[in-house]
Design a protein around this ligand. Structure first.
Ligand SMILES: C[C@H](CCC(=O)NCCS(=O)(=O)O)[C@H]1CC[C@H]2[C@@H]3CC[C@@H]4C[C@H](O)CC[C@]4(C)[C@H]3C[C@H](O)[C@]12C
Length: 324
C-alpha cells in the first residue's frame, strides 16, 4: 500500500509513502533536460523539462515511482491492483506505456491544466519494460499548487477525477474513496458536547475525542480517510523546515510498522520510504524505514542541461545524534 499527499504553505509540497515488502533498489534520480527517452511506440522525448524523484534505474532508464519537474508539477504512481486496465495501441493516439507516463507528462507539461490537455489524446498501453518484468498496476495523483487530479485507466476507459483533498491511496477506485468520506463528516478536531441523549450524563473525559471513529487500521480505505482528515486539518508555520516537518507528520499518520501487515511467512509490508518534494525549489526530501533522519537532493545543484542521469542511493542506517 502507499499513500500520497499534497500540502501548501508558502511553497507547494508533494510526496508519498511507498509501502511494500521488498525494495526494487530505489534511488533519488535527476533526469536532466537532454536525457533522451526512446518511446516504445516510436518517437523520442528530448529537450524536456528536467525532473527529480524516486526511481529504480534499469538499463539506464529511470523507472519513476513519483517525481516532480522543474516547473513544479508532480506525479506519483500507487498500486491499483485488479482495477488498472491498460490497452493495446490505437492509431492516432499517444500510446504511452505505464512506465513512460511520468516522464511523458513531466517532460512536456508545466501545470495540471496542460497535463489535462495532453491526457486527452493518451492511450495507456500494457507493454512491460522488460519481457519478464510484470506490468505494475497503478493509478496516479497529479498535482501543482493550483489543482490536483487522479488518473485511472479502467476497463471501461480512462478517468480523470478532480481531487479536492489532494491525497491518494490504493483500492477502491477514487470516486468510491471520495464518497466514503461522507461516512466521516461528523469527525471534528474540537471536543464535542453530548448529543447522544439529554437524559444521560456523558462527558468528554479526554482530549481528541472529536476524532473518535477515525479508522486506525492499515487498509487502503482507512488510510485514505485518516490521511485526508490529518491533511485537511493540518497547521504549520510556512518556513521550509516547518513545512517539511509537518509534511512528514501528515504521512506519519499512515506509516506502516514491520509486523503489522503480514503477507506470508516472514513477509511484512513496511513503509520503505517517505518523500516530500518542495515543488517550487526542486528539493526532494526523504527518509527511509531504517533512517528516520530527513535527507535531501536539490535538483538545481545538478547540470539540468545535461544528458546523463544523476542517481543518489538513499542514505541507510539511523543517524542518531548523541548528546553527551
Ligand atoms: C510496489 C509499488 C507500489 C506499492 C504499493 O502500493 N504496494 C501495495 C500493495 S497493495 O496492492 O495496495 O495491497 C509500485 C509503485 C511504482 C512501481 C514501479 C513503477 C515503475 C516500474 C514499472 C514496471 O512495470 C515494473 C517495475 C517498476 C519499477 C514498478 C515496481 C513496483 O510495482 C512499484 C514500485
Amino acid at each position: 500500500m502507499c499513500t500520497a499527499a499534497t500540502y501548501k504553505t508558502k511553497d507547494f509540497y508533494f510526496g508519498r509513502t511507498l509501502d511494500y515488502e521488498i525494495s526494487y533498489g530505489d534511488q533519488v534520480v535527476i533526469t536532466p533536460r537532454n536525457y533522451v527517452f526512446d518511446l516504445r511506440e516510436g518517437g523520442q522525448l528530448k529537450n524536456h523539462y528536467a525532473m527529480i524523484g524516486m526511481a529504480c534505474v534499469m538499463e539506464n532508464y529511470p523507472l519513476y515511482y513519483d517525481a516532480v519537474n522543474e516547473k513544479g508539477l508532480g506525479i506519483a504512481g500507487l498500486n491499483f491492483v485488479g482495477n488498472a486496465s491498460y490497452k493495446k495501441p490505437v492509431e492516432g493516439k499517444d500510446n504511452i506505456t505505464q512506465f513512460e507516463l511520468i516522464p511523458w507528462i513531466l517532460g512536456k507539461c508545466a501545470t495540471v491544466k496542460e497535463a489535462r490537455q495532453l491526457l486527452k489524446n493518451m492511450n495507456l498501453i500494457d507493454t512491460p519494460f522488460l519481457p519478464d518484468l510484470p506490468v505494475a498496476q497503478l493509478h496516479w495523483i497529479i498535482a501543482d499548487k493550483e489543482e490536483c487530479i487522479t488518473l485511472e485507466s479502467l476497463e471501461e476507459g480512462m478517468k480523470i477525477y478532480d481531487n479536492p483533498v489532494g491525497v491518494l491511496t490504493n483500492n477502491p477506485p477514487f470516486n468510491y474513496q471520495m464518497f466514503n468520506l461522507n461516512n466521516y463528516m461528523q469527525l471534528a478536531v474540537e471536543n464535542r458536547s453530548n448529543t447522544f441523549s439529554e437524559n444521560l450524563e456523558l462527558n468528554q473525559y479526554s482530549r481528541g475525542m472529536g476524532g473518535m471513529g477515525l479508522p486506525g487500521d492499515l487498509s487502503s480505505q482507512s488510510r485514505f480517510v485518516r490521511v485526508a482528515f490529518v491533511k485537511m486539518n493540518s497547521l504549520s508555520g510556512d518556513s521550509e523546515e516547518e513545512s517539511v516537518s509537518q509534511f512528514f507528520h501528515i504521512l506519519g499518520s499512515v506509516d506502516q510498522q514491520r509486523g503489522c501487515c503480514k503477507l506470508g511467512e516472514d513477509k511484512y509490508e513496511i513503509t520503505l520510504y517517505t518523500s516530500c518534494c518542495n515543488t517550487d525549489k526542486g528539493i526532494y526530501y526523504y527518509n527511509t524505514y531504517d533512517n528516520h533522519q530527513i535527507s535531501a537532493v536539490d535538483m538545481h545543484k545538478a547540470d539540468l542541461e545535461g544528458e546523463k542521469l544523476y542517481t543518489y542511493a538513499p542514505i541507510k542506517g539511523e543517524q542518531i545524534r548523541m548528546q553527551n
